[in-house]
Design a protein around this ligand. Sequence first.
Ligand SMILES: [Fe+2]
Length: 368
Amino acid sequence: MRLVSTRSVTAGSKLAKPIYNDNGQVLLFQGAELTDRVLNRLSQLGFTFIYVQDERTDDIDIENVVREETKRKAVKTIKKEFQVIANDLNLKKTFNGDHLSKDFSKVIKAILSDIKENENALTILSDMFVYDSYIFTHSLNVTVYTLGLAVELGFNDKQMMDIGMGALLHDVGKMAIPVEVLNKPGRLNDEEFSIIQTHAKAGFDMLRNAPNLSLLTAHCAYQHHERLDGTGYPQGLKDNQIHYYAKIMAIADVFDAVTSNRIYRKSMLPHEGLELLYAGVGKQFDKTLVEAFRRTIAVYPAGLKVKLSDGRMAIVVKQNKQLSTHPVVRIIEENNIEISPSYDVDLMKQLNVTIVETETTLAASSLV
Ligand SMILES: [Fe+2]
């Protein structure tokens, strides 16, 4: 299968992986024929990249570290709990969340067991950015990235549970924001933006008095928009005033926000999201944490078409956990001529060859 930008797919291609909506329901099944109408609709819905079937790369499979079933159950639980919280707030102005701690522990344990079971755990997360992402899926994605990073950093069980809870609930304060503002497509005006910003403190207030929740969880909600140089919100905290967990969450949150499909803007590919994090190192994000994050994600996901520094064109086949910027690739073109049979090259064994372009830039240049 290949990962291609939706607007460069030729009509008649077949979908290689099902597409789900926010509720985990299948929008399009695997094998579905992609007509112009379907492709337009997918673009409108914000699906910038999709997996299509391709003879030469049929054996390439996307390694999912977190199973579909775990994801679907998790999104369902997050949705249920968030609605209970919103309901509690409406009726009693307080947040009860009786089952929250128990239900969310289960979600965290399921994600962790998937991450730990998978040998390639740390070059994972490769298909998450393909899904549509609103508050529930965003909460799940941030949790998976956060726990992946926590595993990389060697957290113990108690720390995993605390930071996992913090990640699941980091945006819970958004349940207190009017839906018209929350779901407004396009740019927000100053007033709307300051309303959105209240979600951090709102989340903190909701969580700090919740029974069975660590105060740390509440602080993750409070501080996940703070930045090292003090330009964040709501308190404008600086480097050592920001909790370590909140610094981790800032990375997971921003990465998911820029790489997920949104109706009003195009999603970035993982390496572009990572470049954005690197651009903010020392100013917004902690350097050691960004570097640890790079080791955690699949920088170039399997199925992506790339151009190598020696001019050859290739499709990413498999991740290299030790060096995610140098995956195994399948060469499909040499000197602008398609070659047959194609052959695989492990870029980790040829460090002089690097990836210089990817599908997005390639698709853009082919339009000229
Ligand atoms: Fe947030």
